[in-house]
Write a protein that binds this ligand. Structure first.
Ligand SMILES: [Zn+2]
Length: 268
């Protein structure tokens, strides 16, 4: 529960979590309407430990518990030579991850986090552990803080990256909405939404040689190419990992990622 003051009036925001078929849901909405209150609905699936553990792959999604200002705006560079000329997807990162030096204190007390565009980062010790596990498809990039005076300070953090991209998802996938998509490649702007749970579906045959850490063919985030890289917005792939990778990260006490199992179908 968060409390804040707005125009001298005390407002309290409350989070209520209910099952979709709970009889109290319509009553709650009725009450809110009656008292002229606004609300935000967030529809998501809840999974058991067993379901997470037995998933073929899981979406690893930075949930905002530790969010840092890093990426293209802070000097991280990308090669667009093989990307879509209209939107720059998929851009190939060619440098370390650079982040705003002012955000370094935000890393305190965390072992993992994500950038403003949800690019995952983990601390060095966790990166070493993941590397030692022999997880396939995985590599890391260094993370630097760019200080106010322009100095670049190497942090004991790593950006978690995948080597390869999976084939496109099955059209049975739901809960990724497409807005402002690039007309040329139709590969970006697949966005998670609070209106519906994210249910990613793959054809079994398309996962035959999946690694432990993979990028999706679909990219999230809308793109806006500008002559100045620091003013450019790019689209990024979702990261899908095996339960083996999830277990190592969770065993380290990391709560900064949400884990969403994918579904697998035969044929389409
Ligand atoms: Zn494009």
């Amino acid at each position: 529960m968060r409390e804040y003051t707005l125009f001298g009036k005390r407002e309290i925001s409350v989070v209520v979590t209910l099952a979709e078929d709970d009889a109290r849901v319509p009553l709650l909405f009725e009450l809110l309407r009656k008292h002229d209150r606004t609300w935000i609905e967030n529809h998501e699936d809840r999974y058991t430990e067993e379901e997470l553990d037995n998933a073929r792959l899981l979406l690893m999604w930075p949930n905002g518990e530790c969010k840092i200002d890093g990426g293209i705006w802070r000097g991280t560079t990308y090669d667009l030579s093989e990307a879509c000329p209209a939107c720059g997807t998929p851009a190939r990162q060619t440098s370390a991850m650079f982040m705003d030096g002012e955000d370094v204190p935000k890393l305190e007390g965390h072992r993992a986090g994500g950038t403003f565009v949800e690019v995952p980062c983990v601390d060095e010790r966790l990166a070493e552990e993941l590397e030692a596990s022999g997880a396939t498809g995985l590599y890391f990039r260094s993370v630097y803080a760019v200080m106010e005076d322009g100095r670049q300070v190497k942090l004991r953090w790593k950006q978690l990256c995948a080597k390869r991209s999976l084939p496109p998802m099955s059209p049975l996938t739901t809960g990724l909405v497409v807005t402002e998509q690039c007309e040329v490649c139709k590969r970006n702007a697949y966005m998670k939404t609070s209106d519906a749970p994210t249910r990613i579906v793959y054809r079994a045959s398309d996962l035959a040689d999946a690694d432990d850490v993979n990028m999706t063919w679909e990219h999230y985030n809308e793109a806006d190419l500008q002559p100045d890289m620091r003013e450019t917005s790019l689209s990024y792939p979702y990261i899908l990992v095996t339960p083996k990778v999830m277990r190592i990260i969770r065993a380290a006490g990391v709560t900064e990622f949400d884990w969403i199992p994918i579904r697998v179908v035969e044929g389409e």
